[in-house]
Design a protein around this ligand. Structure first.
Ligand code: ATP
Length: 303
């Protein structure tokens, strides 16, 4: 990653090479990666993420891990398990690098960035996220999490939030960072029920357009939505104004809001499983499609 742009400061690599996973094509090696032009994407829980452009059409995201102290064999086994989980709604892990001083992971780069930046990054832009795109993103992210949960009864992601739902150029959603909570020591409560809660917050965020955390301040979105519903002042205040501006379907928005509230039940035993969250979102979409068809039938000329 070239010094002129954003060479990760003090990156120390030994003679070791990148290890490519599954059948990922070996389109570059460590030298290419270190020479590429890099840009910091952000600092996260597990380290700094970089965008590395190897060639015009070959761009990857590199996550430089901090606080990973485990021996190489254990690290390699965990990474192998992570990369074995292939699903269209999970960000593919392509390669890793392990040495005593440095550990990093190489992922596909997702050109549209995160759901969080699409929702909150550029408010008032001429092309806000439409309702149909939002509910499709919700469904795809739910499917990605469902895939993680399906691997064992206690399997969890551990860090579900809108900045970990990344968007491809064709607006497909992919959940990132799966497996990372098992690499770094964490004091968090890692359970599938906790993921369901976090996903519920993400659904509320999609409908209300409100960020659960902003500039170090936290908004309790489930409580805010419940209180606003109880006050019964109509739905205007509840929905993202970018949705109301484009006359989005209120019934569907309310239905998704209800799924979000179910997921954020304070009692973890009352939260639905991810498979049933997926089914509920699919149902809303089918209901909407049937409604549209009926409307078309009504409007179609008889002859
Ligand atoms: N594969 C990727 N493609 C495109 N952008 C990415 C990719 N991976 C991460 N990013 C972006 O890089 C930034 C930093 O990501 P990172 O996951 O390290 O931190 P975070 O999501 O802000 O916090 P956390 O580590 O707690 O999840 C985020 O804006 C994220 O959307």
């Amino acid at each position: 990653m070239a010094a002129a742009s954003a060479h990760p400061p003090g990156i120390a690599v030994s003679k070791k090479q990148l290890v490519f996973l599954r059948n990922a094509p070996r389109l570059f090696d460590l030298e290419d990666l270190l020479r590429s032009s890099a840009e910091v994407l952000g600092k996260g829980t597990y380290g700094i993420a970089y965008k590395a452009a190897l060639e015009e059409s070959l761009v990857v995201a590199v996550k430089r891990l901090k606080n990973v102290k485990m021996p190489e064999k254990e690290f390699a086994e965990k990474i192998k398990a992570i990369s074995a989980m292939e699903h269209p709604n999970l960000v593919p892990l392509r390669a890793y690098y392990y040495s005593r001083e440095e550990k990093f992971l190489v992922y596909d780069y997702m050109p549209l960035g995160s759901l969080s930046s699409l929702l909150h990054g550029n408010r008032g832009s001429p092309s806000p996220l439409k309702w149909e795109t939002r509910i499709k993103i919700a469904l795809e992210a739910a499917r990605g999490i469902e895939c993680i949960h399906s691997t064992s009864p206690s399997a969890s992601h551990g860090n579900i939030k809108s900045s970990n739902v990344l968007i491809t150029s064709s607006y497909r959603a992919r959940v990132s960072e799966h497996g990372l909570s098992h690499l770094a020591p964490s004091s968090q409560n890692l359970t599938p029920e906790a993921d369901v809660y976090s996903f519920g917050v993400l659904l509320l965020e999609l409908v209300t357009g409100k960020a659960p955390a902003h500039g170090g301040r936290f908004v309790n979105l489930p409580r805010w939505v419940e209180e606003t519903l109880i006050r019964g002042e109509g739905t205007r205040e509840l929905f993202d104004e970018e949705l109301t501006r484009f006359r989005s379907p209120e019934e569907e928005m309310l239905m998704l809001l209800q799924v979000g509230l179910d997921c954020t039940s304070l009692n973890p035993d009352h939260r639905p499983e991810m498979s049933s969250v997926v089914a509920k979102i699919e149902e809303i979409r089918h209901w909407a499609a049937r409604k549209k068809d009926k409307l078309k039938e009504k409007e179609a000329p008889l002859f």
